[in-house]
Unconditional design. Structure first.
Length: 223
């Protein structure tokens, strides 16, 4: 199974089902959203690429594309029944990487997914550097200016997840699911408790972990 997660955003269940089958056969993990608002709620889940319909309930694909591009550089494939050239140009102008019209060949779409992911996949050094804060994922260590800091395994996993999603507002539910696992039945306050302890250990660099009122937390690196 590949590590990449593909988000399919389409209000037609049969389209989502078809794409899920082909993408899973190719080894990808898949998330789904049936409207624009649900799509944006998925963006903090380590999504590698988005297949995005234009005509969506609640928030159309144009708006979703703009918002994703505002805070992330993941590849976006626009998938739509609108074949007008002006629409294609508009989609590319606002940040889409590919524009595919319906009907489409699923095998060809999967090939585009593979090509885009190969194109943008970075060679990871395992290092995340934020001012005086350094996260070395290969060594499983966190350093501040005055030396190595002692984090519990869960505190480390929490910091790493936040740092890998810099600039993205993450709900407590998302954090709990991704750091503790979907089979964890603890209270959401577990997240708040660990954030408090992590901030204490980070000292002056705790400023990077920001509270998003009524939602959860966001990691913001130095400007």
């Amino acid at each position: 199974m590949r590590s990449e997660v593909i988000l399919i955003v389409d209000d037609e269940f049969r389209i989502r089902k078809l794409l899920r089958a082909y993408l899973q056969k190719a080894g990808y993990r898949v998330e789904e959203a049936a409207d624009g608002e649900a799509a944006l709620q998925c963006i903090g889940k380590d999504i590698s690429l988005v297949i995005l319909d234009v005509m969506l309930p609640k928030l159309d694909g144009w708006a979703v594309c703009r918002e994703i591009r505002r805070r992330h550089d993941m590849p976006i494939i626009m998938l739509t029944a609108r074949a007008d050239e002006a629409d294609e140009i508009h989609g590319l102008d606002i940040g889409a990487d590919e524009y595919v019209t319906k009907p489409f060949r699923p095998q060809a779409l999967v090939a585009r997914v593979k090509a885009l992911i190969r194109r943008v996949k970075p060679v990871s050094t395992g290092l995340l550097n934020f001012g005086n804060l350094l996260v070395n994922d290969r060594a499983h260590e966190v350093w501040l200016e005055n030396g190595l800091i002692d984090l519990s395994p869960k505190e480390y996993d929490l910091l790493l997840y936040l740092a890998r999603n810099t600039g993205i507002a993450l709900t407590r539910e998302q954090i709990l699911n991704e750091v503790w696992g979907y089979d964890y039945f603890g209270d959401l306050r577990t997240v708040d408790t660990h954030i408090t302890r992590l901030r204490l250990k980070l000292g002056g660099e705790c400023k990077y972990i920001q509270t998003v009122r009524g939602l959860g937390y966001r990691f913001e690196g130095p400007p």
